[in-house]
Design a protein around this ligand. Structure first.
Ligand SMILES: [Zn+2]
Length: 297
């Protein structure tokens, strides 16, 4: 049986939907629909300290006003804490995890490149200080290369041990990390394809490694260029990166940035008309193979 395509868009509710996140929403949506696939909406609200009140509702309303139509009910990370804990238990039983008591300052002092030197790894004879009683939980990574083929950026290889180190999956402040939570989310939602911003390319090997250890399938990845200002600032970092305008010219502009040969806005009778045309002509291979694209903002 041919595998069905299931994609998703997963904004963090930490502000309004800006043009950079619109690009990720559009690319994931159009690629799913062009493959007759399903497209789900997830709200990445696990880190409650970063959640801006009402911003999830604003993002959802903005997507609706732009004509996005998602399948199934919206998935909220904050309702899946038990699932993340189960995943942590599985990794723990496989003897892959260990508590880490190091402070950020201690790691900085012991590592020239900022990569965690494995101080708290069991059987490590290095001098240990217990520091605070509160601890984070890290996962051991193997000393070998992990490679995957990105559908836009091409072959990508990372040496997890040298370039990342044993990484945190459960934080000292008792929050499951992005890496662990989204791997569980994609699995529970039966996601098959990920289309998202280039800033997440280098965390993909960590996610594939977690998928492998948890016995989850590896997904198909595509990383689109990140929208930055001419000063190279990420839009999400700009306080003035306000909500996108909910109109046809904004959608047409976004499709252009994604390399698609779309007609000017006046050619479309409605938002639905635009979307149908985009689904018909969408080609992932037209998306620029770049890390960033500058936009005037
Ligand atoms: Zn440590």
């Amino acid at each position: 049986m041919e595998q069905t395509y299931r994609g998703r868009f997963a904004p963090s509710p930490s502000g309004e939907l800006h043009f950079g996140s619109l690009l990720a929403a559009m690319a994931s949506y159009a690629d799913a629909r062009a493959h007759n696939g399903q497209w789900l909406l997830r709200i990445d609200d696990i880190d409650q300290a970063r959640v801006v009140p009402d911003s999830a509702e604003h993002i959802i309303r903005t997507l609706e006003q732009l004509g996005f139509e998602w399948d199934e009910s919206i998935y909220y990370q904050s309702r899946h804490i038990r699932d993340y804990r189960k995943a942590l238990d599985i990794l723990h039983k496989k003897n892959l995890t260990y508590p880490c008591f190091c402070s950020r300052k201690q790691i900085k002092n012991r590592s020239s490149n900022g990569i965690y030197p494995g101080t708290c790894r069991p059987n490590n004879q290095a001098d240990k200080t217990t520091g605070d009683k509160e601890c984070a939980i890290r996962i051991k990574v193997p000393d070998k290369a992990l490679s995957f083929k990105d559908q836009i950026q091409g072959d990508y290889t990372q040496q997890l041990a040298q370039e990342v180190g044993d990484f945190i999956i459960y934080r000292r402040d008792k929050v499951f990390t992005y890496q662990l939570s989204i791997v569980v989310d994609e699995y529970l939602s039966h996601i098959t394809h990920i289309v998202r911003g280039h800033d997440l390319l280098d965390s993909t090997p960590r996610q594939i490694y977690l998928q492998q250890q948890l016995g989850f399938p590896t997904l198909v990845y595509a990383h689109i260029p990140l929208a930055v200002t001419p000063q190279q600032l990420k839009l999400s970092k700009l306080s003035r990166a306000r909500k996108v305008r909910c109109d046809l010219p904004t959608l047409v502009q976004a499709a252009h940035f994604l390399g698609q040969e779309i007609a000017p806005a006046h050619n479309y009778q409605s938002l639905q008309d635009f979307w149908q045309h985009l689904f018909d002509i969408w080609q992932l291979k037209r998306v620029p193979k770049m890390e960033k694209i500058e936009i005037m903002y």
